[in-house]
Design a protein around this ligand. Structure first.
Ligand code: UDP
Ligand code: MG
Length: 313
């Protein structure tokens, strides 16, 4: 029997865990060709989440519980779970039941069809506030314009990845990470499964707006060098414009002796010169930014390439 790992990050979800597990069990019972292990990662919960996980683990030996020392955020909690997974495929899903466990068989079928990654994609903006929908639309728009790897809007962390993709994923060393962005970066053959997000069962989202903003900013920075280059682009633009203006003023005044009676003041000339110099400084900054970009790329130490298969090794 092939083993499939199911991974859930948990942050203060004590009223969802039991229901989640019973739904998962119901799904597992129908899948006769697979064995399952369930890995719950407690991301610094302050309610009884971890006790619930321990209780389940005591009753079922295929339930594994990982407790993090504090809340590291969902992305790192997922990573912790993935690093414990022993299965030939891993399925990640949120513990708050917004990712319906009933869809797991669909993910498995696509995996059997030969896909290495199966991505759950939300049907347009269901189950989210208007404000958050707008914010995420803007974010994905910006990312698709300037990001190095496009990140698909509405794609979620509800995903299956096979063992090979998991091994590749484990090589990422960056601390600021967006799991789904990294999985997309790996480039494995993937397909989508569309689903409606249910309303959250209990309370509010565990992702405060500030947590999401931080994630958006770090994703932008780690998947795009455009913000770094911005100063440089501005510099080139300002230098060119003010340089042209300066030359125009000089020629107008000293060569053709101001036929349009512009009589540009000394102050005006000084301003043009200053702006010209600001442009040069910005270009210098842009140049420094290019080096920083290189350093950044080296420091996050991404794997240089990703292997799909090894034969006779
Ligand atoms: N989560 C986590 N750490 C956090 C925030 C959330 O492990 O700091 C978990 C949470 O318990 C849930 C999943 O990540 O299982 C998704 O969180 P949430 O539902 O708050 O996110 P949203 O659905 O609003 O994107
Ligand atoms: Mg949720």
């Amino acid at each position: 029997m092939r083993l499939v790992s199911i991974i859930s990050p948990v942050h203060n979800e004590d009223d969802c865990i039991d229901e989640l597990f019973s739904k998962l069990q119901a799904v597992a019972a129908k899948e006769n060709n697979y064995e399952f292990e369930f890995i719950f990662v407690d991301d610094g919960s302050t309610d009884g989440s971890f006790e619930k996980m321990v209780n389940l683990a005591a009753k079922h030996e295929n339930v594994k519980a990982v407790e993090l020392t504090r809340s590291f955020g969902k992305e790192l909690a997922l990573t912790a779970g993935l690093s414990e997974a022993k299965g030939e495929a891993c399925i990640m899903l949120d513990a708050d039941l917004q990712h319906p466990p009933e869809l797991i068989p669909k993910f498995l079928r696509e995996w059997e069809n030969g896909f290495e990654v199966v991505v759950g994609v939300r049907n347009r903006g269901v189950g989210e506030s208007f404000f958050r929908r707008c914010a995420s639309a803007i974010f994905y728009k910006i990312m698709s314009e300037i990001g190095e790897t496009p990140i698909m809007p509405f794609a979620t962390d509800f995903r299956l990845i096979n063992k090979v993709a998991l091994d590749a994923f484990k090589k990422f060393t960056e601390h600021q990470r967006m799991t789904r962005g990294l999985i997309d970066w790996l480039g494995f053959k993937s397909t989508n499964i569309y689903f409606d997000v249910e309303e959250r069962k209990n309370g509010k989202t565990r992702h405060s707006f500030s947590k999401l903003m931080r994630l958006a900013a770090s994703t932008l920075v780690s998947h795009s060098f455009f913000p770094l280059k911005l100063a440089g682009y501005f510099g080139v633009l300002i230098t060119l414009c003010s340089g042209a203006l300066g030359i125009f003023i000089m020629i107008g005044r000293f060569v053709i002796h101001d036929p349009w009676s512009l009589s540009v003041s000394g102050m005006g000339m000084l301003a043009t010169l200053t702006i010209f110099l600001v442009g040069i400084i910005l270009m210098g900054l842009g140049l420094v930014a290019l080096y920083i970009g290189q350093i950044h790329a080296e420091v996050i130490n991404r794997p240089l390439y990703v292997t799909r298969r090894k034969i006779n090794l």
